[in-house]
Ligand binder design. Structure first.
Ligand code: GLU
Ligand code: ZN
Length: 467
């Protein structure tokens, strides 16, 4: 059975890069009817925080990346790791290193001066004296000196490391806390992880982890190291996009469907297909589609996808997603037209949920005119006649529907001998306070007779007061 995991270190926000790793791991488990594990690698106590754990959980929940097992916390298994390290010392698979940081510093310097790769020289490897706990020490894994580590990476193919390149890795720090590379190995073994999908920044850890797994007689999972994400200009993912909290996209009005679709394509492809529903992703995702070259994050593409999903997904769902955004803007939609109807008439112009809120605000909220150039252009003495006439017309409308309203406005244009566009813009500005709205008949229809009358009167008062 396939078992994947997402193993974030809770030292910051959930960002695009980590969401991608989570997404691929989740999809691969889903596609193979396997299990997706969530595991927090929180042994770096100084940098880990509970708020980061919360943030990561919220992000995964918002995106619908449901884990089947966990969340596990490495911090709760410390004694267990330490016991294993003790038994590895007993069996000679690991050893205590008493070297001082001064010695290691000097060693490092001299290696660098000689143009060598800095690494531990193995001084304590054959040490037979046990100082017990009298002198501070770290525990190192006894890495094989000879031979090679060869593994088949699902993205990069065969990868070979010579054991000569790998020094004896610290698995227990002097403060008694096991290190990342060790905990990962124990957890991947215990949790029976079959596929490790993670960023290519971990490639150098893999041979070390494989050696520890081998020494413990554990199965070696299949590894897939995915390429880095870049900016559209080919540069490394900028600090901003790299650390930006995925929930920021929620706050900016993106749909999870758009985010997942966009992130899916950062390093994975299926022919030329661009649009993938979540169900399609689950059906089509294979490791074969992962790309070796780095991929670009493009906010314009995300906007395009968001626009697509806003218009594609059921309006009832979009209405639900909009709740948060109306709340933030303190807009009460209970009094006013049915939101789903409004979404239908404006969604085509909107790239984000936030834009929907801005464009529909006037349907639910009163506004004041501000004395500026735009207002003076539309609300002036010359146009007051249009507003006065439209009040009479509207008062006498027999049936309140779009067709009728459309006809009446056109008749008014003929009667006053004023071009339609001026009529439209004057009414539009009076009843919406803006220059952008759906067609004037539809806008009036959804605003309702009372609101239209109220606002037109307000506009007339405004003009009279100003002049
Ligand atoms: N905790 C590691 C990180 O956040 C990931 C470890 C792994 O996937 O093996 O970078
Ligand atoms: Zn040493």
């Amino acid at each position: 059975m396939v078992k994947t995991r997402f193993a974030p270190s809770p030292t910051g926000k959930l960002h695009i890069g980590s969401v991608r790793t989570a997404l691929y791991s989740w999809l691969f488990a889903e596609r193979n009817k396997g299990v997706f594990v969530l595991r927090f690698e929180d042994t770096d106590f100084e940098r880990s925080s509970e708020s980061s754990v919360e943030g990561i959980l919220n992000g995964l929940r918002w995106l619908g990346l449901k884990w089947n097992e966990g969340p596990y916390f490495q911090s709760k298994r410390l004694q267990y790791y330490i016991d294993i390290i003790d038994s590895m010392i007993q069996s000679g698979q690991a050893y205590k290193c008493y070297c001082s940081s001064i010695r290691l510093g000097k060693l490092r310097k001299s290696q660098i001066l000689k143009g060598e790769k800095p690494r531990y020289d193995g001084k304590c490897r054959d040490n037979t004296i046990d100082y017990c706990n009298d002198i501070s020490y770290v525990v190192r894994f006894r890495n094989p000196k000879k031979g090679k580590v060869i593994f088949h990476d699902s993205v990069r193919g065969e990868i070979i490391f010579s054991n000569k390149e790998l020094d004896d890795l610290i698995i227990l720090r002097s403060n008694g806390i096991p290190t990342y590379n060790f905990c990962v190995v124990i957890d991947d073994r215990d949790m029976k992880i079959t596929h490790v999908i993670r960023g290519e920044d971990h490639i150098n850890n893999t041979p070390r982890q494989i050696n520890i797994l081998k020494s413990l007689g554990a199965d070696i999972p299949i590894y897939a190291h995915v390429s880095m994400i870049k900016e559209n200009n080919g540069k490394k993912l900028s600090k901003r996009n790299n650390v930006i909290d995925i929930m920021e996209y929620y706050r900016e009005g993106y749909l999870p469907e758009a985010i997942l679709n966009c992130i899916l394509r950062l390093g994975w492809s299926y022919g030329n297909k661009e649009i993938f529903s979540v169900d399609e992703m689950k059906k089509l995702f294979t490791l074969k589609g992962l790309s070796k070259s780095s991929s670009c994050f493009n906010i314009k593409k995300l906007l395009w996808l968001n626009h697509y999903y806003i218009n594609k997904l059921p309006v009832e769902y979009i209405a639900k997603c909009l709740k948060y955004h109306f709340q933030i803007e303190k807009i009460d939609i209970s009094e006013g037209p049915v939101l789903t109807e409004i979404i239908k008439i404006i969604c085509n112009r909107c790239n984000t949920l936030k834009e929907i809120v801005h464009l529909s605000r006037f349907f639910y909220q009163e506004f004041d005119f501000v004395n500026n150039e735009v207002t003076r252009t539309h609300l002036n003495i010359k146009n007051i006649i249009i507003l006065k006439e439209i009040i009479n017309i509207i008062k006498n409308v027999s049936i309140w529907n779009v067709d009728n309203l459309s006809k009446l406005v056109k008749l008014l244009s003929i009667k006053l001998d004023i071009c339609l566009s001026r009529i439209f813009m004057t009414i539009r500005f009076a009843i919406t306070g803006s220059l952008i709205s759906p067609s004037i008949d539809t806008t009036m229809y959804f605003l309702g007779k009372n609101r239209v009358l109220f606002r037109i009167k307000k506009a007339i008062n405004y003009i009279e007061k100003i002049n």
